[in-house]
Design a protein around this ligand. Structure first.
Ligand SMILES: [Fe+2]
Length: 397
């Protein structure tokens, strides 16, 4: 990230900064990776430590399956209209490991009457359907369909969605979610060959300062529970902040695809990195332009990673079983590749209109009980029948 600030801050950090009544603003340094990572400095009206009540924690999270066999997996969530009432109860983790978890979320409620803080993970919300605003201590951030909304851990926020269809893909990361290292120079600026740059990253633009008193509930996610903390002041009591740590939005539609004469490998689609996983974007683009190019991908044995694809938009619906909102998991240890007839059909194709999000993990993912409910039992055998329809959108791996 880059340096950003909103509101009022003193000219020098860790110095006296007074409120109109003569009392001091309360400074809070929010830092990542101890004091070695990025950080921001926040200026509160009230001490951020002033807790009125700690209520009983509530168990929270999905249950991993213990005996799921090694298999190509298709989770079809296309028919899902809602997954729960509110933002937190509607989050359903389908695949998890120690590094990340992958959830769908389609809440009925469009607003939240509490604040939320993930104390153990960064979050990336891909807005498949919907729009609204993320309101946090760092200000208001408008969110649109197609956005990745990246929220560092401990950011206290609530979401307000507009009316209409609402479908979110949420990736939770045990490590900081970052831009791709090979696209950054030694000072962190995104380089010319990066598929996006700082202009495409949207920070919060309007600070919200609430100095009123009342009862404010913050649900804090940590170690399998939602911990319920009650404060007598709003967490949105900042007069200003500055630094490198803040939530932001980046639209998948602003990802500029890298293309070539022959088939480009999946890393050209990489958008973010976490520890032991990557997030990639497959966006509309021209196909390979060598006269003998094969636009369809080759068979591929991912010997040390699990590949998850979330199908957002495109003509993949023509393939039996795969629909808008489908997930496929191609686990490490098995080869995967184009379906029968797809390679031949791809010859001469000029472009693709697909939109998909891929999460590649370098440790195995575990299916959850919630995920199993969406499982298509016939998918592992779907490469054997060459008489049926084939995959029109051929360039996803
Ligand atoms: Fe692959």
């Amino acid at each position: 990230m880059y340096y950003h600030k909103l509101g009022k801050i003193p000219p020098k950090r860790h110095t006296q900064f007074k409120q109109p009544d003569g009392s001091l603003y309360k400074e809070e340094v929010v830092s990542s990776e101890g004091f070695s990572g990025i950080y921001s400095i926040l200026y509160h009206t009230h001490p951020p430590t002033r807790v009125r009540q700690v209520k009983d924690p509530v168990p929270y999270g999905s249950k991993r399956l213990q005996d799921y066999s090694l298999r190509q997996t298709h989770l079809n969530t296309s028919k899902v209209v809602t997954t729960g009432d509110d933002y937190l109860s509607a989050r359903k983790a389908l695949l998890t490991n120690a590094d990340c978890s992958i959830s769908i979320c389609a809440p009925r409620n469009r607003t939240m009457d509490y604040f939320y803080k993930n104390a153990e993970g960064d979050e990336v919300i891909f807005v498949h359907d919907g729009s609204g605003v993320l309101v946090s201590q760092f200000g208001r951030l408008e969110i649109r369909q197609g956005d990745y909304v990246v929220i560092p851990r401990t950011v206290i926020y609530k979401l307000e969605f507009n009316a209409g269809p609402l479908r979110l893909l949420i990736i939770e990361s045990a490590s900081p979610v970052e831009t791709v290292k090979r696209y950054r120079n030694q000072l962190g600026q995104l380089l010319e060959h990066s598929p996006y740059c700082e202009r495409d990253i949207r920070p919060p633009d309007t600070l919200v300062t609430e100095t009123s008193h009342g009862e404010y509930l913050i649900k804090i996610k940590k170690q399998g529970f939602l911990h319920q903390y009650v404060y007598d002041h709003s967490p949105l009591d900042l007069i200003g902040w500055d630094g490198f740590l803040w939530p932001y939005a980046f639209s998948i539609h602003d990802f500029e695809p890298i293309t070539g004469r022959i088939h480009q490998p999946p890393p050209v689609h990489q958008t973010f990195q976490g520890r032991n996983f990557v997030i990639c974007s497959f966006v509309p683009r021209l196909f390979d332009y060598h006269p003998l190019a094969i636009p369809a991908p080759y068979n591929h044995s991912n010997i040390d990673s699990d590949e998850v694809l979330y199908y957002a938009e495109g003509n993949f619906m023509s393939r039996r079983g795969i629909e808008r909102g489908s997930f496929t998991l191609h686990p490490g240890g098995l080869p995967h590749g184009p379906h029968p007839g797809t390679v031949e059909k791809s010859l001469g194709a000029k472009e693709t209109h697909e939109l998909a999000v891929m999460i590649d993990t370098f440790h195995p993912l575990h299916l959850t009980e919630e995920g199993l409910a969406f499982s298509d039992p016939n998918y592992p055998m779907s490469w054997t029948d060459d008489s049926k329809d084939s995959f029109n959108e051929v360039n996803t791996p």
